[in-house]
Design a protein around this ligand. Structure first.
Ligand code: PXG
Length: 285
């Protein structure tokens, strides 16, 4: 069966799913997106992802020509049409085709696209041994330039940081904010464990409000682990007992080395492993 892609209300074969070269999503990165996952055919936290998509759109004055309920249905239908059980879903809305000029008011027909695919997971070994990451020199977007809470089609900021990570042999890189505080990684949020409590940067550190981050905070609090959303420095990371990342693709993944410093024992710690397991169960419940 050929892959079916949703575009503007229709499911069509992937090879026929195209957008205009005049679409401002392509010309300017003018649009928003979400990355979601399905487990056994059910989309994890669909309502939260759709809400974030509409909030991203609202922040850039982009009207999505579907209600949120219609968007749930479109995403579910696309997953079902492709026979995807455990999969990765990309939902995006572009500004639509316009003229060769920035003016979004000259664009018409925002394109609503949904792609459902199988997921390429990180190798198991990384979950068992933990990741090594480095701090990128590229900082996260200044919130007054482009709010990191908007999941926009312009990911160059994170891509440049990811390149720095890859050049250092790391698949993720830590990004600081304009104040020099820890923000997040290029596609994951960060958590530390210190004296039994969980620490993570607050939204006003200039981060994406991760849906996995929220789920992990709920899980931790449900087992009486204290969670503090506080400004963190690189020093806090270096001296943490444990460190892990959260994201739709990664779920919960331990970090054991940051900028050549061994974190804690150098092995994934007990709090990380427990939350990783609890998240795994929650997602597949
Ligand atoms: N920070 C940033 C900058 C992200 O892009 C997260 C944190 C984690 O958020 P969620 O809601 O996923 O827990 C993200 C999410 C990909 C991919 O294809 C990237 C993300 C999500 C899904 C897929 O690289 N980033």
């Amino acid at each position: 069966m050929s892959r079916q892609v949703y575009i503007n209300g229709k499911l069509i074969p992937a090879e026929q799913a195209t957008v205009s070269v005049f679409d401002h999503g392509l010309l300017y990165g003018d649009g928003v997106f979400e990355g979601l996952r399905s487990y056994a055919g059910k989309v994890f936290r669909l309502e939260q992802h759709v809400r974030r998509l509409y909030e991203s759109a609202q922040a850039i004055c982009l009207d999505i020509p579907l209600s949120q309920a219609e968007m749930y249905q479109a995403i579910d239908e696309t997953v079902a049409a492709n026979g995807i059980d455990d999969g990765y879903i990309r939902a995006l809305v572009t500004r639509g085709a316009g003229t060769l000029g920035l003016d979004p008011n000259r664009c018409s027909n925002p394109q609503v696209i949904i792609i459902a695919d199988t997921i390429a997971l990180y190798p198991d070994e990384l979950y068992e041994k933990g990741l090594e990451i480095v701090t990128a020199s590229v900082i996260r977007n200044h919130p007054a330039a482009l709010s990191p809470r908007i999941k926009s089609l312009n990911y160059l900021n994170n891509i440049l940081a990811k390149l720095e990570g890859l050049q250092a042999g790391c698949i993720e890189a830590l990004m600081l904010n304009h104040k020099g505080e820890v923000a997040e990684c290029t596609g994951d949020n960060i958590f530390l464990v210190r004296d039994g409590a969980l620490l993570t940067p607050p939204l006003d550190a200039g981060i994406l409000g991760g849906i996995t981050r929220e789920a992990v905070i709920e899980l931790a609090r449900s087992v009486d682990i204290e969670v503090l959303k506080v400004a963190l420095t690189k020093h806090d990371v270096y001296v943490a007992d444990e460190c892990f990342l959260t994201g739709t693709a990664a779920e919960v993944i331990p970090v054991v080395k940051v900028d050549q410093r061994t974190i804690g024992t150098g092995k994934p710690g007990p709090v990380t492993l427990d939350l990783k397991e609890r998240f795994h169960e929650m997602a597949r419940a």
